[in-house]
Each structure stands twice: as structure tokens, then as C-alpha cells.
Design a protein around this ligand. Structure first.
Ligand code: 13P
Length: 285
């Protein structure tokens, strides 16, 4: 079932109040969308977000991937939101809102503070017309959204708590993605979140926080983040790796008969397994 914006925001708020987090899984194609949906169906008590966003659109095309994700969510028994991840483009945001997305992330983190506020405000204005909820980002995350680059978190700008409070008050966003030592993709050395900074941001803000770059994050760090107001966690590289490992293991059997179906199926099953494990991790008892 495709969540409306109001239902999606309620799911986010409920997770926030209970010290849980919604999983936001990045999807690139049919198998990743279906793999994520199957994981959500394995844990139907936990709403899940399919993140069919800017970066995957470059691979699949906006219209086909958007339609695929919305259709898969609408035809599932599980509560699923469809979320636009990391968009800098107001036209793209409008197109996704018009198509029926539950939520959008407007990413002005590369802009000067005042420009980030202006872009985010406009995204919030457009989202309200469609009943969708909005995530924005303040502070810059190191790394690449589609490949692991062993990014160095210290090279990125961390979120400042008092600036974050001003940003939320000025823009009216529903959730804020923060930079507290998290990076996109896997790193050679484990990531170490600045949990004191996260606590300070949590205390300063009236909205749930979002943690991007959760792949490879040690479990204690993840739980520490959930205890400090993080109510949405974005995961991409971990699903990509599961998919690729399964596909490469299947290739020797599949290649002689040019059997693509068994390869794609193995990738899809691996995405489901990884996503199901993560959904459980994000619901600590
Ligand atoms: P990872 O690739 O590190 O899981 O990050 C995903 C993400 O933050 C998507 O927005």
C-alpha cells in the first residue's frame, strides 16, 4: 500500500517517538524495487521507504523508475512510502510530487546557508500543495551516492546545532538530514559518528533527524543515533553489495546458458535478505 504524505509523516513521527527509525532504501531497477518490497512484506509492522531518487534516475530514467516504485508500493500489502532522495531540482521535485510521492528530500547542502533556506522553503511550499512531507540537509556529507569511494568524513562540513535550529524554523521542514561524521558508501576504517554533536542537534530541533550513509556503520553507532532523534536511516551501498555478491556467485552457473533470470533473481533475493536484516536493526526492542 502506497502511503500518503500524511500517513508517511505519521510513520516517521511514530518511529521518532519510539526510538525507532524508518529504513529508506535506494532502488535502481526492477530487482531492487521488488527486493525492497519483499523485505517490507516480511516485516509489515514497519513502514519502509523506497527511495527512487535523483541518482538512480540517471540510470533508469525518471519516468520508468518513478512509475515502477509507485506501482510496486501500491500493489503491495505492506505500508510503503516512495521518497525522492537528494534532489537539487525543483522541477524534479514537482514531477515526483505530482506523480504521488509520499515525501521528497530537497538537498541544498552544497549551497550557502541563505540559498539552502530559499531552495528548501520553495520545496516545502510545493510539497504542502500535494500533502507530502519534506526532508532537507544541512552540513555536507562526504562520498558518492552510487559508488563507495572510501570517503573521509573529516573533509566534509558537520551540521552546526544552532544553525540547524534556525534552518528548521525558517524552512518548516519535517525532517533534517545531518552530517555528524557519516559518509556515503563503505570506508576502509569504520565510521565514527560524533554522537555528542548529534545529541546537541537533537536537543535544538523540534523535528526527527535523518542519517544518511548508514552502510557499514557499526551497530553500536547506529543504535546511538536512534537514541538521539534519528528516525530515518538511508541505506544504499549495503544493498548494492548484497546484490553484486549474489550476482557474481550466480554467474559461473548462469553464463554457459546465458541465463539472466537466475542472476537477476539471486540479486533480488539478496536485496530482500539484506533489507530485512536492516529493518529489524532499526527497530530495537
Ligand atoms: P550508503 O550508501 O552509505 O548506505 O548511503 C545511502 C544514502 O545515504 C542515500 O541517501
Amino acid at each position: 500500500m502506497l502511503l500518503t504524505g500524511t500517513e508517511g509523516l505519521k510513520a516517521l513521527t511514530t518511529a521518532y517517538e519510539n526510538g525507532h527509525a524508518l529504513a529508506g532504501f535506494v532502488a535502481y531497477n526492477l530487482e531492487t524495487v521488488q527486493g525492497i518490497v519483499a523485505a517490507a512484506e516480511a516485516r509489515p509492522d514497519r513502514p519502509v521507504l523506497i527511495q527512487a531518487g535523483s541518482s538512480p534516475f540517471k540510470h533508469a530514467g525518471r519516468e520508468p523508475l518513478m512509475r515502477l516504485a509507485l506501482d510496486a508500493a501500491a500493489h503491495s500489502e505492506a505500508p510503503l512510502g516512495v521518497h525522492l532522495d537528494h534532489s537539487r531540482d525543483l522541477d524534479e521535485i514537482t514531477a515526483c510530487l505530482e506523480a504521488g510521492y509520499t515525501s521528497v528530500m530537497v538537498d541544498g547542502s552544497h549551497l550557502p546557508f541563505a540559498d539552502n533556506i530559499a531552495l528548501t522553503r520553495e520545496a516545502v511550499r510545493r510539497a504542502r500543495d500535494h500533502g507530502a512531507w519534506v526532508e532537507a540537509e544541512l552540513g555536507a556529507l562526504a562520498g558518492d551516492e552510487d559508488v563507495s569511494t572510501n570517503a573521509d568524513a573529516s573533509a566534509a562540513a558537520m551540521t552546526d546545532p544552532s544553525q540547524a535550529a534556525e534552518f528548521v524554523a525558517e524552512t518548516g521542514v519535517d525532517a533534517l538530514a545531518v552530517a555528524v561524521g557519516n559518509v556515503h558508501g563503505f570506508t576502509a576504517n569504520p565510521v565514527h559518528l560524533d554522537l555528542d554533536r548529534l545529541s546537541a542537534i537533537h536537543s535544538a530541533l523540534p523535528v526527527p533527524l535523518v542519517l544518511h550513509g548508514a552502510s557499514g556503520l557499526p551497530e553500536q553507532q547506529l543504535l546511538g543515533a536512534l537514541a538521539r532523534g534519528v528516525a530515518k536511516v538511508n541505506v544504499n551501498a549495503e544493498l548494492r553489495r548484497a546484490y553484486l555478491q549474489a550476482v557474481s556467485a550466480q554467474l559461473p552457473t548462469a553464463l554457459p546458458g546465458s541465463d539472466v533470470v537466475s542472476v537477476w533473481s539471486a540479486g533480488r533475493a539478496a536485496v530482500t535478505e539484506a533489507a530485512t536484516r536492516i529493518i529489524t536493526q532499526l527497530t530495537p526492542s
